[in-house]
Design a protein around this ligand. Structure first.
Ligand code: T6T
Length: 315
């Protein structure tokens, strides 16, 4: 499953890493709108997008809101639409709130490709590309179960309700928990993409239920804060943390033993597939309505071997 990981991207040092890449002024103009700026997942996706665009002679501009928040992302989308790019690759921050502004982009004749997240009715989009988020949630439960075959209480720390990816991860995890009566589901709590909030959630949960055996942190920032919370509670020895995503900090926590497994997505591939679909649509070629990309489970055992290339770019 690791084939295709980071085949494109900034790791080779060839990409500009800046806000634009590519050649001629007559190439397609692609705008990438991240879920949030500064997130290594979207930085890695940007690497994949810039590299694929460069190969296709297209230009790319990238922007992201300060927070993972539709009230901040909507004005960005509106201003990008006003700049009339040929295509927009976008990770919508909410299944409902971002639907109308993105449909408006499509109505304006811009090819819209949904990368990572989606919306309730994505019929205006030419293609949707994302990880197997539900399957990743189930895989996270398997990793906790492996560490605690005896069972016990488990908790999900997610981001906000209404985000297609993290909701699907939590659903996949909770369905798997339900299927094993040795485990008790303590539910989902929302950290609003703030590591400090995730840490508070975890310390409070461990105070209430000191016998929690596993925490599934549904994205990068939930994992960062969950690790802090478990450490602060002095529970690093008894609690298994499985986090979605694999930035350099998550890998460090894995190596230190604070986090036991990471579900690494393939953001650069999502990005390069997104460019390919946008260009196919612009050329009037056949598009794939839905593409599912893979993930790699990173543990201490493979982090320096097979899974090395699955780690995200940080700039
Ligand atoms: O997990 C990714 C992304 O897939 C999700 O939609 C939002 O959070 C991340 O960007 C990681 O922070």
């Amino acid at each position: 499953a690791s084939a295709g990981l980071m085949l494109t991207g900034c790791s080779g040092g060839a990409s500009s890493g800046g806000s634009s890449a590519g050649a001629g002024s007559d190439g397609y103009k692609i705008a990438f709108i991240q879920g949030v700026a500064g997130d290594e997942f979207y930085i890695s996706m940007q690497c994949g997008i810039e590299s694929a665009a460069k190969d296709a002679g297209a230009t790319v501009t990238t922007q992201g809101p300060e927070k993972f928040d539709p009230t901040l992302q909507k004005p960005l989308v509106d201003s990008v639409v006003a700049s009339k790019p040929d295509a927009i690759l976008v990770a919508p921050t909410d299944v409902k709130a971002m639907e109308a502004p993105l449909k408006a982009a499509a109505d304006a004749g811009i090819k819209v490709v949904l990368v990572d997240t989606t919306v309730d009715d994505p019929s205006f989009a030419v293609s949707q590309i994302s990880s197997d988020n539900k399957g990743g949630g189930a895989a996270a439960f398997d990793a906790i179960k492996k560490a605690h075959p005896e069972g016990g209480k488990v908790l999900v720390v997610s981001v906000d309700p209404g985000i297609s990816t993290t909701d699907a991860r939590a659903e996949g995890f909770q369905e798997a928990v339900k299927g094993d009566d040795k485990f008790t589901d303590l539910g989902v709590q929302y950290s609003h993409n703030e590591p400090s909030t995730a840490a508070e959630i975890v310390t409070a949960a461990l105070q209430k239920d000191p016998d929690i055996v596993g925490i599934f942190a549904a994205n990068l920032f939930a994992a960062e804060g969950s690790a802090t919370g478990v450490k602060q509670a002095g529970k690093a020895d008894s609690v298994t943390i499985v986090g979605f995503d694999a930035g350099p900090a998550q890998v460090k926590q894995l190596k230190e033993g604070t986090v036991q497994a990471l579900v690494a997505q393939e953001p650069a591939t999502i990005g390069s597939d997104g460019v390919a679909q946008a260009i196919a649509a612009l050329n009037g070629d056949k598009v794939e309505a839905k593409i599912q990309t893979g993930f790699t489970i990173i543990t201490k055992d493979n982090v320096d071997g097979d899974a090395k290339d699955a780690v995200y770019q940080s700039k």
